[in-house]
Design a binder for this molecule. Structure first.
Ligand SMILES: [Zn+2]
Length: 695
């Protein structure tokens, strides 16, 4: 493509069955926002589009579980998700939702067009059906074994383990998610998009046409699917939550959520254009528009095969120029999981780290899962903040602003003659926009963020080498020149950091009194500076310009704060383990005579001490009413010796004695476990005499 006239940038529609977490931010929304902000800063016409994906089976399952309507579920999470995006500075031009009227109309029309063009195959097939629930089992209403990777928890439409797109009838050992029953087959009519018809087109367009410019992980996935051979795919479902199938015979059926969701990008663009008084069509139909889809790797098949086939079938739309899908972000070495609550939720983050959105944006970008799965650790987060944002970026800016205020009352001094180092430094600043652009244009946002940090490093090193705080005592003229150069670097940083650290950029612009993007200038004398100016102009911030007072951009994160986050994760892990604990099946039946052989008594613990060189064992002296005896019990990880002295407990007194680490134990104390895994005594709930029998 020649220079595009405009950009349509989409970010994967988040599914409204829960809030969003750092994995979503790292995988899709932060890179998409960096790209959109950068395109706007460089003077492009941008439509940055997203919205909530509100149809599909998981929402109906969640609604059923919670005893509310699907609409209640999507209303709740749409609000939460939308707020998170605003909170984290994700600058969508429009954030819509697929339950919006305009979307129902757009998706319905789209289907109708394909139907009228005879692009669908209409077929009566046998679909999995749950007799007890009296309904067809679409997608996530069925689980079973993936025929490709043998993952036992694959869904009816997709295996999340290997990313394969599936038909429910492909699953091995299918099970209904509603009743757990083995489903039966029942005839139903559906409309299929014959993907096999598009194999040649996909080979030509992606495999030949985008071999060089698409990310290898995306290209590789597409290639493996196309090589396997594509099959017709049902685009309708037997379900009552979604967009009704708008053609004869479609009663009681809705569009498949993955058919309607990507059309959501189009309807959200329409909604935006109507609001802004623009024409939406060029953003989707003009060949000079560059369309880019930001997604996670689990969405590759839908954005690189199914949606393009739909667009191609419709005929009037452009195709994406790139689909820079990210791999997955893990959390502390484990896969992020909504159901297992192994995640850092954005509302929680903001609660624990108020006004520190940029720290998370930066940590996630610097460690983005661009070419392989990557791990988010709180230690790395802390290091990115303390060693880079605080020690390099923040430290440099703070020194420049404080010294300018101290020496010159905040007025930028005159430079006199530049030294060689000054000239090199000023020339280096000019190269940064191009260097950062080059990384962003190739969707390498980690690299871009590190180049930005290199500019801050350059500034930090310049000041450390030139030491204006020493020179001020001996050479005021030279000091002025040094401060002037340092202020040029600070100004360049204020603009170049905007795509990555938007909140910091605003703060810094206010301090330096640079014009803000939205023209809410802090003063009338604010200096205008564009991205291009940094390469093109010799003076970014002129002598005589008054800057404001300093303010800390970043603050150090202490070990204690990080430990609190780790403890929080550990707690959710434990809670999850407890929730998923398997209840053992009942043991074989015993007779009453068998039971009467057990002699159980109430006993009282008189003494307790830890057995040396063991972690688990306490040596107890127990009054059984019959005698006072020694019992060794494996409870030392749950109780200190002091805690158990005086406790009434249940003792099996006629258990054959056995030696544990050389101490003879005569009997056993009955215990069970809390959900958190702590042992607890099974004891009488009121005081009774030792020796009384339990029967
Ligand atoms: Zn699989």
């Amino acid at each position: 493509m020649n220079t595009p006239k405009r950009y349509t940038i989409t970010a994967a529609l988040p599914y409204t069955n829960g809030p969003i977490h750092i994995g979503h931010l790292a995988g899709v929304y932060v890179p998409a926002d960096i790209y959109a902000r950068y395109k706007r800063l460089t003077g492009n016409d941008v439509a940055f589009i997203c919205g909530s994906d509100e149809h599909g089976v998981p929402i109906t399952i969640k609604a059923k579980k919670e005893g509310v309507t699907p609409q209640d579920i999507v209303d709740k999470y749409h609000k939460i998700i939308k707020k998170s995006f605003v909170d984290f500075g994700i600058t969508f031009d429009n954030y819509s939702r697929t339950t919006a009227k305009i979307h129902h109309e757009t998706a319905s029309e789209f289907f109708k067009t394909l139907y009228d063009k005879h692009e669908f195959i209409e077929e009566v097939t046998e679909q999995l059906y749950d007799k007890e629930a009296d309904q067809f089992l679409a997608d996530r209403f069925i689980t079973g074994t993936c025929p490709i990777c043998k993952n036992e928890e694959a869904y009816g439409d997709q295996c999340e383990n290997c990313g394969s797109s599936l038909n429910a009838t492909d699953l091995i050992n299918p099970k209904s998610a509603i009743t757990g029953n083995v489903p039966t087959l029942k005839e139903t009519k559906h409309w299929f998009l014959p993907l096999n018809k598009y194999e040649d087109f996909l080979k030509e367009w992606i495999l030949k046409g985008h071999k060089k410019d698409w990310k290898p992980n995306v290209y590789g996935q597409v290639k493996s699917w196309v090589d396997l051979g594509l099959k017709p795919r049902a685009v309708t479902r037997d379900l009552d939550w979604g967009i009704p199938v708008p053609v004869p015979g479609g009663e009681g059926k809705v569009l498949y959520v993955w058919f309607d969701a990507p059309i959501g990008y189009i309807s959200a663009t329409k909604e935006w254009a109507a609001r802004e008084g623009k024409d939406w069509e060029p953003y989707w139909k003009d060949k000079d528009t560059k369309l880019v889809h930001f997604i996670g790797k689990d969405n590759i098949v839908f954005h690189c095969i199914i949606f393009p086939a739909m667009l191609k079938a419709e005929g009037s739309y452009i195709l994406p120029d790139n689909v820079p899908a990210n791999e997955f972000l893990n959390l502390e070495g484990k896969k992020l999981s909504t159901s297992k609550n192994w995640a850092v939720w954005l509302p929680d983050y903001l609660n624990d780290f108020p006004n520190q959105q940029d720290v998370l944006r930066y940590a996630l970008t610097a460690n983005a899962p661009e070419s392989k799965d990557n791990d988010f650790t709180w230690k790395d987060f802390q290091a990115r903040n303390n060693n880079e944002l605080v020690a390099i970026f923040g430290n440099f800016i703070n020194r420049v602003v404080v010294l300018t205020n101290k020496y010159y009352e905040g007025i930028i001094p005159e430079a006199s003659e530049f030294s060689e180092v000054d000239n090199e430094t000023l020339a280096a600043i000019k190269a940064y926009p191009t260097v950062i652009e080059s990384s962003i244009e190739r969707y390498r946002f980690r690299e871009a963020s590190q180049e930005l940090m290199n500019l801050a490093r350059l500034g930090n090193k310049y000041l450390a080498d030139e030491e204006p705080w020493k020179l001020i005592k001996t050479d005021e003229i030279r000091t002025k020149t040094i401060m002037y150069v340092a202020l040029q670097i600070a100004s360049a940083l204020a603009t170049l950091c905007e795509p990555f650290l938007p909140f910091t950029s605003d703060k810094l612009k206010k301090i330096l009194r640079l014009a803000l993007n939205d023209n809410t200038d802090v003063t009338l004398s604010a200096v205008e500076m564009s991205w291009a100016d940094i390469s093109e102009k010799n003076v970014l911030i002129p002598s005589g310009h008054q800057i404001g007072k300093g303010e800390l951009l970043f603050s150090k994160i202490e070990d204690k704060t990080i430990q609190e986050q780790l403890d929080k994760l550990e707690a959710s892990k434990k809670a999850n383990e407890a929730a998923n604990k398997v209840i053992e099946p009942q043991k074989e039946i015993i007779t009453f005579e068998d039971f009467t052989k057990l002699d159980m008594r109430v006993g009282t613990i008189l003494e307790a001490e830890k057995m040396s060189k063991t972690k688990k064992l306490l040596v107890l002296k127990v009054d059984t009413g019959i005698d006072i005896r020694t019992i060794v019990s494996g409870i030392a990880e749950s109780f200190s010796p002091e805690e158990v002295i005086g406790k009434q407990v249940t003792v099996l007194v006629n258990l054959a004695p056995r030696a544990l680490r050389g101490v003879e134990s005569e009997g056993m104390i009955l215990m069970t476990e809390t959900p958190e895994g702590k042992l607890v005594f099974v004891n009488p709930d009121t005081a009774v005499n030792s020796g009384f029998q339990i029967s």
